[in-house]
Design a protein around this ligand. Structure first.
Ligand SMILES: [Zn+2]
Length: 280
């Protein structure tokens, strides 16, 4: 009997450790800082019903803090401002913010041990990670040493494999300016001047036209991989939406504001949390 109990206890321990292994986050979570869940916010007097915000596939949303980029991928810009607290999240379905260059499928993925194709399942999961001021050769005010002036958003599934349609939608009511001279950018400007830039949509199948007024949440185009070099030749990128927002920004009260790209990361976190909450 005792022997039987001992065997049972060992089996129970093994099962428990298996369960633990399953629940352990993937080893390649690319940050020194643990992901945040909505429960990391200031404590409130009421029970936090946001503890597990799940997307339509049942995955629990989490995100790495703003400015905390993948190792060796750039300085980032730790801006926690929610610039626009009422925007619609710019994709209709679930989405994953993370690097297109320093992860699976990117030209520098191997720097972080992420060699593989863009459809690697780890690219299509939480936590989100900021890519504003990820290293690039071009300068901008927020990233003076050269940096990525927006954030990159993967759709709910990898179009290269699924051929699925994932719609990008208007963040706010506004007017469409499309396409730009770069041929892979659609702009959306609101009545107060706020400007959003959507890049790499399927440009020959846009759902909107130049000068058209759109309502918040209205479909603009399909998340795609359109990209062209300076000679105008197509050089497809990974399937994702590059998203920028322009706001008046002053680094401190003694400096005049400039109208330039700001880090939309926390604005998008806020929009996504509201989206998931509304879907509950
Ligand atoms: Zn980008």
């Amino acid at each position: 009997m005792l022997k039987h109990l001992a065997v049972c206890a060992i089996i129970a321990l093994l099962l428990a450790s298996c369960e633990q292994a399953v629940q352990t986050p993937p080893q390649d979570v690319p940050s020194e800082t643990p992901p945040q869940t909505p429960t990391d916010e200031e404590p409130t007097s009421e029970p936090d019903d946001d503890e597990f915000l799940q997307d339509s596939d049942g995955r629990v949303f989490s995100y790495v803090p703003a400015g905390d980029l993948l190792p060796q991928s750039g300085p980032g810009h730790a801006d926690t401002t929610i610039y626009r607290p009422e925007i619609a999240f710019p994709l209709e379905d679930a989405a994953f913010l993370n690097s297109q260059v320093y992860r699976y499928g990117g030209s520098k993925g191997e720097l972080n041990g992420m060699s593989g194709g863009q459809c690697h399942e780890a690219n299509y999961n939480y936590p989100w990670q900021d890519t504003f001021c990820e290293s690039r050769s071009r300068d901008q005010i927020m990233c003076p040493a050269g940096g990525h002036e927006g954030v990159d958003i993967r759709a709910a599934s990898c179009v290269a494999e699924t051929n699925a349609t994932h719609w990008a939608v208007a963040a706010e009511d506004g007017r469409i300016i499309a396409p730009s001279s770069s041929r892979y950018t659609v702009k959306l400007q609101t009545s107060d001047g706020t400007l959003y830039r959507y890049m790499h949509l399927k440009m020959d199948e846009l759902a909107v036209g130049d000068g058209e007024f759109v309502a918040k949440g209205q479909r603009i185009g399909k998340v795609w991989n359109d990209f062209f070099n300076s000679s105008g030749e197509p050089v497809p990128t990974t399937f994702h939406l590059h998203f920028e927002m322009y706001q008046n920004y002053a680094p401190d009260e003694n400096t005049d504001p400039v109208f330039d790209q700001v880090n939309p990361y926390m604005t998008l976190v806020n929009a996504y949390e509201r989206k998931l909450r509304a879907a509950d």
